[in-house]
Design a binder for this molecule. Structure first.
Ligand SMILES: NC(=O)c1ccc[n+]([C@@H]2O[C@H](COP(=O)([O-])OP(=O)(O)OC[C@H]3O[C@@H](n4cnc5c(N)ncnc54)[C@H](O)[C@@H]3O)[C@@H](O)[C@H]2O)c1
Length: 345
């Protein structure tokens, strides 16, 4: 139990944020959620949270520097969890300025507010494995119907070169680097989590973000699913429950390695094509499956490793939860929430 700890959860009304708010508040943390409610599903998730736990809520845009500073200076926070973001590569290509403002400037606002008003708070920035780009130096080959790295059997680690790809990759990458540098220069206990794909309940997945949830929702609603590329690309996936548990750990991580990123991975990868197989199907219609052309800015193999976060490997329940059990929890939620999806898609 972490009784009486306090956190502010930026972007806390949608997928990971909603799960994090529930996770921490049910462990007796006092959570303040900051969100501009810009994404579909936030209202519903806020209501879901209100029915289960207590927390404070502020409708604030992370680009609003003075509002962010006011909230950070008002509290006495042990942790600042920064999840608010523009999250889709496709949207970033259509509107790179908005993407930059939210992801790069928004993160800067959060970091600077912590530097000025709450320098003891642990800052967790949800970065992305997309900061490694296509990893052109890594040879890949088709092995057993999956694009696999030939010389990186454990995937991509933090020692890989950064190569920001797409406006989303650039804005998240800039934010990632600011986070780590604020830790180095100003000594604030901040870290970047460079995870691959997280999935779980409360995830209003759509075609261009939250693909496993989208597959489940589309399957339930009988919608077509387009798989971009050849379908053999793989992603490391793990559940929001595991991600929340990882977020509880950085205060310990930070004392060991301040300002270092963590490339989290469950060590379990699935290909897009196999995710549509019976093992991952919720049983809905699969009539509409078809393959189409490649989309720019997406890595073929998004397989990250946990080399510096080796504790993940021996963490009982991690990989297990990331597989069938995690998928069934998501499908359960999709089935219970089916009335919510039509307007949200
Ligand atoms: N879900 C994944 O698989 C995944 C993978 C890698 C990285 N991430 C990162 O994790 C974080 C959370 O992702 P998610 O899947 O929960 O996304 P999400 O879209 O479900 O949640 C993002 C939240 O940010 C809020 N938001 C957007 N713009 C805002 C603004 N200007 N001011 C305040 N709030 C704003 C939205 O309303 C939403 O509640 C993001 O930073 C994302 O880039 C997610």
């Amino acid at each position: 139990m972490d009784a009486n700890k306090e956190s502010v959860d930026h972007g806390g009304s949608r997928f990971i944020g909603c799960n994090a708010t529930h996770y921490f508040s049910s462990r007796n943390w006092h959570v303040t959620v900051l969100d501009n409610l810009s994404r579909d599903g936030t209202d519903r998730n806020l209501q879901w949270l209100r029915n289960r736990t207590t927390f404070d809520f502020e409708e604030v845009d992370v680009c609003d520097r003075s509002a962010v500073e006011r909230i950070v200076s008002d509290g006495c926070y042990d942790a600042v969890i920064h999840l608010a973001a523009q999250v889709a590569v496709t949207t970033s290509v259509v509107n790179p300025r908005m993407d930059f403002m939210v992801n790069a400037l928004g993160t800067f606002n959060v970091l600077d507010a912590v530097r000025l008003h709450s320098p003891e708070a642990v800052v967790i920035f949800a970065s992305t494995n997309k900061v490694y780009g296509k990893v052109n130096s890594a040879a890949t080959g088709l092995v057993g119907g999956r694009h696999a790295y030939k010389d990186r059997s454990f995937g991509i680690s933090e020692s890989e070169l950064l190569d920001f790809l797409s406006p989303y990759g650039c804005s998240k990458g800039a934010a990632d680097q600011y986070t780590l540098d604020f830790a180095r220069i100003y000594g604030i206990p901040a870290t970047s989590f460079r995870q691959s794909c997280i999935y779980g309940p409360q995830q209003f997945g759509v075609e261009d973000q939250g693909w496993l949830a989208w597959f489940a929702i589309a399957s339930l609603l009988g919608r077509d699913i387009t798989i971009y590329g050849d379908g053999n690309q793989v992603r490391d996936v793990f559940t929001s429950t595991i991600f929340c548990a990882l977020m509880k750990r950085p205060s310990r991580l930070q004392t060991r390695s301040p300002g270092r990123p963590s490339t989290w991975a469950a060590g379990r990868t699935i290909s897009f094509r196999s995710s549509t197989s019976s093992r991952f199907s919720s049983g809905g219609s699969k009539e509409g499956f078809y393959l189409s052309g490649r989309i720019g800015g997406r890595a073929t193999s998004g397989f990250t490793s946990a080399t510096s976060a080796s504790s993940m490997r021996c963490w009982a329940g991690g990989p297990r939860l990331a597989s069938r059990k995690g998928w069934l929890k998501l499908v359960d939620w999709v089935e219970q929430s089916h009335l919510a999806f039509d307007p949200a898609i």
